[in-house]
Ligand binder design. Sequence first.
Ligand SMILES: Cc1cc2nc3c(=O)[nH]c(=O)nc-3n(C[C@H](O)[C@H](O)[C@H](O)COP(=O)(O)OP(=O)(O)OC[C@H]3O[C@@H](n4cnc5c(N)ncnc54)[C@H](O)[C@@H]3O)c2cc1C
Length: 318
Amino acid sequence: MSTAIIGAGPCGLVAGRLLQAAGEPVVLFDKGRGFGGRMATRRHASGCFDHGVPGFRMNDAGWNATLARWHQCDVCAPVELGGIQHWTGVGGMSAIGRWLARPLEVRRATHVAAVSSEGELWDAQHQSLGHFDRVVITAPAPQAAELADRAAPDCIASLRQVHYAPCWTLMVGLRRPPKAVGAVPQPLAQVIRETTKPGRGHTGECWVAHADSAWSTAHLEASADWVQSILWDAFQGIVGMGHRDAMHVATHRWRYARVTRPLEGPGYLASPQAPIFFAGDYCLGDGVECAFRSAEAVAAAVLTTTGRFPQGDTAIPK
Ligand SMILES: Cc1cc2nc3c(=O)[nH]c(=O)nc-3n(C[C@H](O)[C@H](O)[C@H](O)COP(=O)(O)OP(=O)(O)OC[C@H]3O[C@@H](n4cnc5c(N)ncnc54)[C@H](O)[C@@H]3O)c2cc1C
């Protein structure tokens, strides 16, 4: 008896931890090379860049207590972003994903291309990745719908109701700190000085800038070179620096960055016909807290089908 989890973002990793702690064997698959999904860090000689979520807030008291314990283990730490306290990974947001993944079997760089109604997974070369009693899909809703359109057709209409805002992200490594930091102009919505985050003191002068969602949507299919030139021009004005001061400039496109229309329901979807579950931030709202809470909801639902019992908070490392 075993469960496959597609996606090693915050939802898949927490669901994996909860299921494993309750005695359910789990195997995770992720198409990426790292852990953490959109809770990601890109490393370069000039330093490291949280090019996905820069920091996240938690309203849930239980989860805040768990994060406070991870803070004691130097995995995450509070950081002030825009004058509001957030949580971030120490040395990079991906530290949280690595920490959660430690005891789990995660097959990275493995893109699952299809799921059968009997719980078999396939890659793009039509090679079987294994047969499982249950499958939990935690990819963003449009990708989840593509994966399971034949295996769980009854869930597809709900998945297709979910909407996202994209985000073009600019990463800049500077040779020196700016003398002053000006206002953030359009089309940028937010800039984050990575160097001020916990555990980054030794890295270079790194900045991440997010384009606003309307501009990102309008230019979603534009070339990365063109987008980079526009965002870099806007960014230079903020720090009063030019090309000579930049060691590194790169862009990343997040097609599914933030959920703008989530589902309403118990925090997961379950197919009535196949042993397939869907979970992720979009099942409850937007953001890391929704991903964690959806993981709890789907793990409890899976365990109900196995006759095992959730182990609650003890499943999450302290
Ligand atoms: C630019 C940006 C800014 C953000 N800002 C904030 C913020 O300020 N606060 C906040 O709370 N949240 C923020 N978020 C959102 C936050 O990152 C997400 O809510 C959270 O990561 C959702 O977790 P998840 O596990 O549901 O999905 P994801 O993190 O997307 O994880 C899904 C995983 O599934 C994998 N996957 C997908 N398809 C396949 C496949 N076919 N085969 C194998 N693996 C697959 C992906 O590689 C990914 O690792 C931001 C995101 C971005 C991109």
